[in-house]
Ligand binder design. Structure first.
Ligand SMILES: *Cc1c(COP(=O)(O)O)cnc(C)c1O
Length: 354
């Protein structure tokens, strides 16, 4: 029988036992999609997108949340607690709802995309809007670690990263090889740490080669690029609007051990990449999830990428999460009378190539 979920599929590589409930919303095994138009336009025929926006709550956070929830239940917790820029709260709220736990989520007031806030509310989480940035909310959560029955499900919870590493296993299985380079957005730096762990484990277990890891931060929130925390992180990409990453060391290690890079990209480049993903690939990404493509495009311009390389960009979250950004600057089309002749003219006026 087919069993969905990262615990069912990868339990033998995860810290689970017979006492761990098989928590799942069907997360993982998201498609690895070969680029049809952007790759060829960059002279990169082997560019792929790992579309993590197709997880149950629309982001990769579900992988780690499945395991973190399972381990919380195993330990007898009744409440999941997290600070979040949005996607962690949506994910925690969904898994809590499914398993009859409480979810308490601390969000930076005014700093969360509408879709994510709507999700947390719809899944029945208790929401606390904190006057401050994500980093302030995370500080509060850390200070509440001793409340009985409460499990912190931020990526400082080691089971989050263990669950998230399953995405690295999938990339290798789906591609049939280890990619030459992996590009992903970096906020709290949990995900780049988790991917690197996956590739290291495959290297040690099966002798596979290692990819080079490239982390993209937003220019206004790039502590790992400048080397010091950012007091007031600014970027349109709210999922990576983080000034003091919890997994700082993990990101540096992934960069150095893989001979990769951590680089900043501007909001303008992020938005341009987001538009290209939608209009040229049919892939809707939230802004943070387009940052890796923005970095790749720049590196191609700089002549740093060879034509034959196999490259995977991780599209971490679904574009529907943040409709405000998607529609910013766009005009809704004017309405027309329902006349066949009129619309026939419009439809016949020529078509786009591609
Ligand atoms: C959480 C998140 C990130 C950042 O991941 P980190 O592990 O915090 O570096 C990037 N994109 C999306 C869509 C996210 O939800």
């Amino acid at each position: 029988m087919y069993r969905a979920g990262v615990i069912a599929r990868y339990g033998r590589y995860l810290p689970v036992s017979d006492a761990t409930p098989e928590v799942s919303l069907g997360e993982g095994w998201t498609p690895l999609i070969r680029s049809r138009r952007i790759g060829p336009s960059l002279d990169l025929p082997q560019l792929f997108f790992k579309y993590e926006g197709l997880n149950p709550t629309g982001s990769f956070k579900d992988r780690g949340m499945a395991l973190a929830t399972a381990k919380a239940m195993e330990a007898g917790a009744h409440t999941l607690l997290c600070a979040s820029t949005g996607n962690t709260s949506a994910s925690a709220a969904a898994y809590a709802a499914r398993y009859g736990l409480r979810a308490f989520v601390l969000l930076p007031a005014g700093g969360v995309a509408k879709g994510k806030l709507a999700q947390a509310m719809a899944y029945g989480a208790r929401i606390v809007a904190v006057r401050g940035a994500f980093d302030d909310a995370l500080k509060l959560v850390r200070a509440l670690a001793d409340v009985p029955g409460v499990a912190i499900v931020n990526s400082i919870n080691p089971f989050r990263l263990e669950g998230q590493k399953t995405a690295g296993f999938e990339v290798v299985e789906q591609l049939g090889a280890v990619p030459d380079r992996v590009f992903l957005p970096v906020g709290n730096a949990g995900n780049i740490t988790a991917y690197w762990r996956a590739f290291r484990e495959l290297h040690e277990r099966e002798g596979l080669p290692l990819p080079r890891m490239h982390g993209a931060q937003a220019a206004g929130a790039a502590p790992l690029v400048t080397g010091k925390p950012v007091a007031r992180p600014r970027t349109i990409a709210s999922a990576i609007r983080i000034g003091n990453p919890a997994s700082w060391e993990g990101a540096i290690r992934a960069r150095d051990e893989s001979h990769g890079s951590l680089e900043a990209v501007t909001d303008a480049a992020i938005l341009a990449a987001q538009r290209r993903l939608g209009a040229e690939e049919g892939l809707l990404a939230e802004p943070a999830s387009a940052a890796p493509l923005a970095l790749l495009i720049r590196m191609v311009d700089q002549g740093l990428i060879a034509h034959h390389e196999r490259i995977v960009c991780i599209v971490t979250g679904n574009g529907l999460k943040d409709p405000t950004t998607l529609t910013r600057g766009l005009q809704l089309p004017a309405s027309v009378v329902p006349s066949v002749d009129r619309i026939r003219k419009l439809v016949s006026r020529g078509r786009r190539k591609g």
